[in-house]
Design a protein around this ligand. Structure first.
Ligand SMILES: [Zn+2]
Length: 424
């Protein structure tokens, strides 16, 4: 197996050093004959880990496949992604999660960890075979009906109790159904101006509060998907202070964009949960910085053109995000002085790996650690070009926008998946 040395790399923003790896692991010294990569001025981070990716396969291969989605992931600096269960068929059996897991292995661009559905067919009526998925070759640890909320409190309680046996976690898409019927965007001044049906913050917060109480009651691990409001942050802070085992993620777009973008009526800005206000964005940034929100997760949600390039009310919810996530986090968190590079590594690699119980990912770049590495040029500036993306879909909210920093190289187990900014 090949050996490499990144000459002059700044590991998590530290002083320049030679970062070497051989046989898929970080080593203290480069072996003779190692390939040298000039990393002068570049930041090395542990490979990024996404807790929330929609790869759309099986079922919507016109929007994304495991192959195209994991190419996008590698270009974004990711070495592992969790593939959400809302496929067709739904990933609610050992058979389907093993199929997705194997497709990831065949593609080889990053590790693919299937998320198992909480309920059969995402129907919210009957628990799926959580144990069978946990015991399968895919070794599922994260379960979610994402796209749908697990409405039924008794079912949610049973799911939380069930996954304790294998140290699993229930990832809740917190959306009170009745409060968001026909909702199109954040409920507030702008929804009133535009005459679009509003999506109140309380619809998210009520579910988070209920589920924190349930998780505390039964002593289980709960994860909250894509937190988007000030009030959600307050509830999480309260729950964590009480010792409830709750973790939370925020998307890059909720750290940068606001509901004012809806005034364009461009459905590229239509997303679930909706873009919120500037005050929410500030609270989310602060919560990610102080650890109340544990991790960044992309909620990469590719959609075919016909589902997105239509009028606002008819358009699908969602944005692609794998290829821009790191740059958006740099813009929202690093350039604003809220996180340093070690903090970025923590929120985009170490903590998401820990939440997903991925022992081989999200490890500090010390001798013996798996050689999952991303090299970032912090000085780069690039204008986002949807046509140049590896994802099969083009629904990025950043088209034409200049973003800071760029992924130069991604290594998976010591093997380059991206080199000089291009797929190998
Ligand atoms: Zn969701």
């Amino acid at each position: 197996m090949s050996a490499w040395v990144f000459r002059g790399a700044r590991v998590c923003g530290g002083p320049p050093t030679d970062l070497a790896f051989a046989d898929g692991r970080v080593v203290a010294e480069a072996p003779v004959g190692a390939q040298v990569y000039d990393a002068d001025g570049l930041i090395a981070l542990p490979g990024l880990v996404d807790l929330h990716t929609h790869l759309r396969e099986p079922g919507r291969e016109d929007a994304e496949t495991v192959e195209t989605g994991t190419r996008a992931a590698a270009l974004g600096g990711f070495t592992a992604v969790h593939a959400m269960a809302n496929t067709d068929p739904v990933a609610d059996t050992a058979g389907v999660v093993e199929q997705v897991w194997r497709l990831g292995q065949v593609a080889g661009h990053c590790d693919v960890h299937p998320v198992g559905a909480v309920t059969v067919g995402l129907g919210g009526q009957q628990l799926a075979e959580l144990g069978a998925m946990a015991d399968s070759a895919a070794r599922v640890r994260v379960f979610s009906d994402d796209g749908h909320c697990v409405d039924d409190a008794v079912l949610m309680r049973r799911a939380l109790e069930y996954v304790r046996a294998f140290d699993g976690v229930i990832a809740q898409h917190a959306q009170e159904r009745r409060l968001t019927e026909d909702a199109q965007m954040n409920e507030g001044v702008i929804s009133a101006q535009l005459g679009l049906v509003g999506w109140p913050a309380a619809a998210e917060e009520a579910v988070i509060a209920r589920d924190c109480l349930l998780a505390g009651h039964v002593g289980s691990r709960l994860h909250i998907c894509h937190v988007s409001t000030v009030g959600s942050v307050d509830i999480l802070r309260w729950a964590k202070a009480r010792g409830i085992q709750v973790t939370a993620e925020v998307t890059p777009h909720h750290l940068l964009l606001t509901d004012e973008l809806a005034t364009s009526y461009d459905p590229v800005f239509k997303v679930n949960p909706p873009l919120r206000t500037a005050a929410d964005v500030t609270a989310l940034r602060d919560a990610l910085a102080d650890g109340t929100i544990d991790a960044v997760a992309t909620d990469h949600a590719p959609h075919a053109l016909e589902d997105k390039e239509t009028e606002w009310a008819a358009a699908a919810f969602g944005m692609v995000g794998l290829e821009t996530a790191l740059s958006v986090v740099v813009a929202a968190m690093v350039d604003t002085g809220r996180l340093d590079w070690a903090g970025v590594a923590d929120r985009m690699s170490l903590r998401p790996a820990r939440i997903g119980r991925l022992s081989g990912q999200g490890r500090p770049l010390e001798p013996g650690a798996p050689a999952h590495v991303v090299l970032v040029d912090p000085a780069a500036r690039r204008v986002v070009d949807p046509a140049a993306m590896a994802s099969r879909s083009r629904n990025t909210p950043y088209a034409g926008r200049q973003l800071p920093a760029a992924v130069v190289a991604t290594f998976l187990s010591g093997r380059p998946t991206v080199l000089d900014g291009k797929l190998t």
